[in-house]
Design a protein around this ligand. Structure first.
Ligand code: GLY
Ligand code: MN
Length: 512
């Protein structure tokens, strides 16, 4: 006898984006599709059932629910009494047909719960006895034999520390009750579906009452800005994996191969070390592509004489790393490549040497900018140090961003004064100077700077620098470290990824 569980149906059950969907009542029925013999199904089910308690137990043992509880307590303290905070898990996303992108939990949801399943939600109630209420996919042995284990209601309470848990199908009903009498609703105000749902449930629960929606992300994002030791260890590991991956790329890179072969050398090391996914699409740009800041195609053949910019980062247990290294395809820097490399490396080192609590992000940016500007003047790529627009041509991006659960992590980086956001111990951020000599730059100088510089000035600038641009054409160099601010300075988390010219050449020429 056969019974059938089709791929389509499998996806349908996985598709638990909408927290108020009625998934709790779904049971496998006889449906058309992929055939599974009863014998196979029974063997598979028995195998899964025999491992399930073990895997759940192992996870429960290693899971640090205390860390997530402490974060929720801090959040609860910063929201008002007559309020509720509501969080929705990340949606699953279709890649094509019935294939989904690999699921990744919403970063704030993860930060507060450690819970990584789709189709879930939770609420926080500051004045209730049961302050932390989770809504999750219920256990379903047959479904778990297809799509993997679920924590279920028991796991939500025992492992994740919920005070109470319901099936996700009860979300709307229970939320309506909890909204009664609340004046302030903390939620992601950008999540339009959630806002719409909450608004309509609120009306049901409260006649004539007026509420205020407050963006809970403003509070959580600020919490995420200072990393605790648990997070720092994970980020250190993410950076170690990426550094190993870069060394593997140095050893494997050579003219004649495709950029994606270098990408493969990097990502192989990620996967081998338990990094589920790159924190962002790997950038591997050679030659002309080294001058494209966010080049992602990675499909050109690497040529002798090319520079290769690798801006990459493994994600480890949801934490990002972000490291850029630039190497010569043939293993030896040309004189022109060296000249530019030295400026960029000097900017990185000098800027890093100023990192300590109390220094502002704007100040750091100025240190980088000064070194880059001086270097560009020496190379004849700019004509006037006082004209920022000239430096911006060759380094058109900022120096830093936060790193954490997201590669461009959350947290206010705005300026408290002209120094910019002041650094504190536990912050993790990048320093990433670069110079990109695109020979096509003259085609769009007018578009980019015409609003602040006259056509005559652009013309005269072009005339003065064009020979030097030809000399350095297609050399793009960025060097980026991920840096932790410590009590009295900093720790360069990406220090294991070699960046001195001698070290890079040695590794590349010695190979494996
Ligand atoms: N690593 C990519 C970026 O910082 O934009
Ligand atoms: Mn970056």
């Amino acid at each position: 006898m056969n019974f059938r569980v089709p791929h389509k149906y499998h996806k349908f059950l996985l598709d638990l984006n909408i927290p108020f969907a009625k998934y709790d009542s779904i049971f496998i029925k006889k449906l058309p599709g992929q055939i599974m013999t009863t014998k196979n199904a029974v063997v598979k089910l028995l195998l899964i059932l025999s491992f399930l308690p073990l895997t759940i137990q192992l996870h429960a043992q290693t899971f640090r629910s205390d860390i997530f509880k402490e974060r929720r307590s801090r959040l609860l303290k910063s929201i008002e009494d007559s309020s509720i905070a509501i969080f929705n898990s990340a949606k699953t996303a279709t890649r094509n047909g019935d294939v989904d992108y690999k699921y990744r939990q919403n970063s704030n949801f993860y930060y507060l719960t450690g819970f990584e399943e789709p189709g879930s939600a939770f609420i926080l109630l500051p004045t209730d006895n049961k302050k932390f209420v989770m809504f999750v996919r219920q256990s379903n042995i047959l479904m778990e034999s297809w799509t993997g284990k679920r924590a279920g209601l028991n796991g939500a309470i025992k492992t994740y520390g919920a005070d109470t848990a319901y099936g996700i199908g009860l979300f709307s009903k229970m939320l309506t009750k909890s909204l009664k009498g609340k004046k302030k609703i903390y939620l992601d105000t950008e999540d339009k579906d959630l806002v719409k749902l909450v608004d309509s449930l609120y009306k049901k629960a409260n006649e004539n009452s007026v509420k205020q929606n407050i963006n809970v992300n403003d509070i959580v994002n600020e919490m995420r800005l200072i990393k605790d030791n648990f997070e720092i260890d994970l980020m250190r590991r993410a950076c170690e994996i990426t550094s190993d991956a870069l060394i593997n790329a140095y050893k494997n890179a050579k003219p004649g191969q495709y950029e994606y072969e270098i990408q493969a050398a990097l990502e192989y090391i990620y996967t081998k070390n338990g990094s589920n996914y790159p924190a962002f699409i790997s950038i591997v740009g050679s030659g002309v592509n080294s001058t494209i800041l966010h080049y992602e195609e990675n499909n050109k053949i690497v040529e002798d004489g090319d520079m290769i910019v690798m801006d990459v980062g493994a994600e480890y247990k949801n934490y990002a790393s972000d490291i850029t290294r630039s190497i010569p395809a043939n293993g030896n820097f040309s004189d022109e490549q060296k000249l530019i490399y030295d400026i960029v490396l000097k900017a990185l080192k000098e800027t890093t040497s100023f990192v300590k609590p109390g220094i502002g992000l704007n100040e750091l940016q100025q240190y980088t900018s000064r070194v880059i500007t001086d270097g560009l003047l020496e190379l004849g790529l700019i004509t006037d140090k006082e004209k920022n627009w000239q430096t911006n041509i060759w380094m058109p991006h900022g120096t830093s961003h936060w790193v954490g659960l997201d590669v461009h992590d959350v947290g206010d980086s705005k300026y408290m004064d002209k120094k910019g956001r002041l650094l504190e111990p536990g912050m993790v951020f990048t320093i990433e100077p670069g110079i990109y000599v695109s020979k096509n730059i003259f085609n769009h100088l007018k578009d980019a700077y015409g609003f602040q510089v006259s056509a005559d000035e652009i013309k005269s600038f072009t005339e003065k620098v064009k020979d030097n641009v030809a000399k350095f054409a297609n050399i793009g160099i960025r060097i980026e470290d991920t840096i932790l601010v410590t009590k009295d300075g900093c720790e360069v988390l990406s220090r294991n990824a070699p960046k001195e010219i001698d070290d890079i050449e040695k590794i590349m020429t010695e190979k494996k």
